[in-house]
Design a protein. Structure first.
Length: 236
């Protein structure tokens, strides 16, 4: 599960503290992937709603929320969703019966529940955590430079730039990002919906492994339990 825990660490939480709202200029709106903030619409018109649920907000958190705060919330939701999608996949592929470990060699042996894989790596290669810390810091530093406002003038904690679209950190090596605003909104809605599902799924899988210590497919009766706790360098 190295992949799962590493990926789970890659997305730090964005702040939820309210910040001053404001109307974006025409030039700024043109840089927001075609999104034009509209206070009369749900979540200022940001994509993410799908039927039959639609504008799901039973607690009324989006009501009368300033634009800057709504952007912060969407930034946090998008980043956490991406982390959760990677974590969910990582947990499944590194356990029985797939047992694929892209970051280290398991030598064809079952190394147990994914929630303890990073502990096993730390026990054998402690310098890896130093590398991991530097990697995470670099990724977060890049995201901060890309989307967060400089702490000067009228500034609130973790305030986003006016011309920054939540979640658009500029990473698109395959050139898949649509140029058409409607297509982009549709793609982001799909990403958000899958990310929301992944957050619930990853949380459920982690909770299950914490409760009984069994791998996901083993717990479901779909894989054989070959794990021998005495074969790994940590205590279970």
């Amino acid at each position: 599960m190295k992949l799962a825990l590493v990926s789970a660490l890659l997305g730090s939480a964005a702040a939820f503290a309210p910040a001053p709202s404001g109307r974006a200029s025409t030039a700024v709106r043109d840089s927001l992937n075609g999104w034009v903030p509209d206070e009369s619409k749900f979540a200022w018109g940001l994509p993410g709603s799908l039927p039959p649920v639609g504008d799901f907000d039973p607690a009324g958190l989006a009501k009368d929320t300033p634009l800057s705060t709504m952007k912060q919330w969407r930034e946090a939701e998008t980043q956490h969703g991406r982390v959760a999608m990677l974590a969910a996949i990582g947990m499944l592929v590194t356990e029985e019966p797939i047992e694929y470990h892209p970051l280290f060699e398991a030598y064809e042996k079952d190394i147990g529940p994914a929630i303890r894989h990073l502990d096993e790596v730390d026990a054998t290669s402690p310098f890896f955590l130093t590398f991991l810390t530097i990697l995470i810091g670099s990724l977060e530093w890049n995201r901060a430079l890309r989307g967060f406002a400089k702490p000067e003038g009228e500034f609130s904690f973790q305030q986003l730039k006016e011309d920054y679209y939540p979640g658009d950190i500029g990473f698109d090596p395959l050139g898949l990002k649509p140029e058409d605003p409607e297509e982009y909104a549709a793609i982001q809605t799909k990403e958000l919906q899958n990310g929301r599902l992944a957050m619930l799924g990853a949380a459920g899988m982690i909770a299950q492994e914490l409760v009984n210590g069994e791998e996901i497919f083993v717990n479901l009766g779909l894989a054989q339990d070959r794990f021998d706790p005495s074969s790994v360098p940590i205590q279970f």
